[in-house]
Design a protein around this ligand. Structure first.
Ligand code: SF4
Ligand code: SF4
Length: 473
């Protein structure tokens, strides 16, 4: 269950993803409709477009600083509450798509990973296709404390999650579609199993599997999945695609892909949990760009003004002080509302708790000391680059030492290089995708039917998707 929030305004950052920011394609005073593209990739870059989830007028275009320190242009749109939608945002009629066309639609719909770093989904699909992966893995685990937005997405839209996964699995040429679910999530497991049964005949070329994981945090990070499913310890630089012949996507991202492929809906809204030890727990469907203050106003059990409002989960998220000007972005799965606790600050007492809880078997206190002394090489030899920034070590530390920030930012330098190489090698120069690139119109989603007609007949890798006829959005 979720509540629908229709905010008075949205603030749309042009960078909500890994990679180059989009460029605003509207100007102050313009009227925009639901589904309209308001930010386009700069020419020659592999970026992610941005779309409006409300109708109304552009009142501001200026630079903002997001809580994670990213400085980005942002388009502010004031809602006219008329909910006027672009004509193109409607179900597609049944036809074949080539794999490249399907990936092109996902790219033009502005879809990036909704569960983590916001990697452009089209780039990841393209690389998986190039690497000829066998397994298409769908992460339905959502193990972060208080976050249940993915679980709600599965419960409410299981068919969309499964169909999106099947379509993308076909687009990359995978032969097995595997859903990763926590053993305690019986409702989600049943919902996915029922949806698989419904569409099995439409995807006879795909094998299906559900893998159960223990309920604990963290789960679902690609390196933990590689170890759990394939017994491989990926070292930094090694990819799931190359080493395990698999690719991993978040379940909400798959839902967004099916919305784009089936209903021509760009990524313009998402489900967000508003939850913590100071809130009973809410899930809200909001347009991307909704100010956090709108969510807090609608979560009526949040009363205590001294609670910490965290952009993200309470272990790794960032406390915010200005919820009115802090937007929900494409990767925001939870706004945590937690009681402010007095944390003791002492030197390390060598209790060993941080090492006990580290899912990557690191010694966070040792690495932290090395980094403090500037011994980066030694820290790297100690495995610091394996840190997945889960936040567990800082959370358990009785001395209140913020181990995660130091270790994760050191590891993050390597991760940025990995992501950049993914974007560089994902087909940015691919002729077919380039042909589908933006030229600055309001929405190129409307272009697809014509392009499809021309290329479909001659495409050697056509995939047929089972669309429902006459379906209402
Ligand atoms: S944040 Fe801490 S516990 Fe988590 S992987 Fe990094 S060092 Fe280990
Ligand atoms: S948990 Fe904190 S106090 Fe305990 S060993 Fe680790 S850094 Fe030291």
């Amino acid at each position: 269950m979720f509540e629908r929030i229709y905010p008075a305004k949205i603030i749309l950052p042009m960078k909500m993803h890994s990679g180059v920011p989009a460029v605003p394609s509207v100007k102050k005073g313009d009227y925009v409709r639901i589904g309209q593209c308001v930010g386009i990739p700069a020419k020659g870059t592999f970026s992610v477009p941005v779309h409006s989830g409300i109708s109304g007028y552009v009142t501001d275009i200026s630079e903002i600083t997001l809580p994670n320190g990213i400085i980005t242009p942002a388009v502010t749109i004031v809602n006219d509450m008329k909910r006027t939608r672009l004509d193109s945002v409607k179900p597609r009629s049944g036809f074949k798509l080539s794999a490249s066309e399907a990936i092109g639609i996902i790219r033009d719909a502005g879809i990036c990973g909704m569960g983590g770093e916001g990697i452009p989904t089209a780039a990841k699909l393209k690389r998986a296709k190039t690497e000829v992966v066998k397994d298409f893995l769908v992460n339905c685990l959502q193990s972060e404390p208080y976050s249940t937005s993915d679980l709600v997405a599965i419960t409410e839209y299981p068919d969309y999650v499964v169909l999106g996964s099947c379509a993308c699995a076909r687009a990359v040429g995978a032969s097995r579609c595997v859903f990763l679910i926590s053993e305690n999530r019986k409702e989600q497991r049943q919902a996915i199993a029922n949806s698989i049964d419904k569409i099995r005949n439409d995807f006879k070329d795909l094998e299906f599997d559900i893998k159960l994981f223990r309920e604990r945090f963290p789960q679902g990070y690609y390196r933990l999945v590689a170890r759990a499913l394939y017994g491989k310890n990926l070292v930094p630089g090694e990819t799931l695609e190359k080493t395990c012949s698999a690719v991993l996507f978040n379940c909400s991202t798959m839902l967004a892909c099916w919305e784009a492929l089936s209903d021509n809906i760009p990524m313009m809204s998402r489900i967000v949990s508003v939850s913590g030890d100071a809130s009973g727990g809410h899930n809200m469907l909001v347009p991307v760009g909704t100010p956090v203050s709108e969510l807090l106003t609608n979560a009526q059990d949040i009363k205590n003004g001294s609670d910490r409002i965290v952009w993200g989960n309470c272990l790794t998220g960032i406390e915010i002080t200005d919820p009115e000007n802090t937007p929900v972005v494409k990767t925001t799965s939870v706004i945590s509302v937690v009681r402010r606790a007095e944390v003791p600050r002492t030197p390390c007492i060598h209790c060993g708790l941080c090492s006990e809880c580290c899912p990557m078997n690191l010694s966070p206190n040792t690495i932290y000391e090395m980094l403090n002394q500037g011994l980066k090489q030694k820290a790297a030899e100690e495995g610091a680059r394996d840190c997945i920034a889960c936040g567990s070590c800082s959370y358990v530390c009785p001395a209140g030492i913020n181990l995660t920030t130091a270790i994760a930012s050191f590891a993050g330098e390597g991760r940025i290089i990995e992501i950049n190489s993914l974007l560089d090698n994902s087909g940015a120069s691919d002729k077919e995708l380039e042909a589908a690139s933006f030229v600055g119109e309001a929405s190129l989603l409307e272009e697809y039917p014509d392009r499809d007609k021309k290329s479909r007949a001659s495409s050697p890798d056509s995939i047929t998707l089972p669309f429902e006829k006459d379906k209402e959005v």
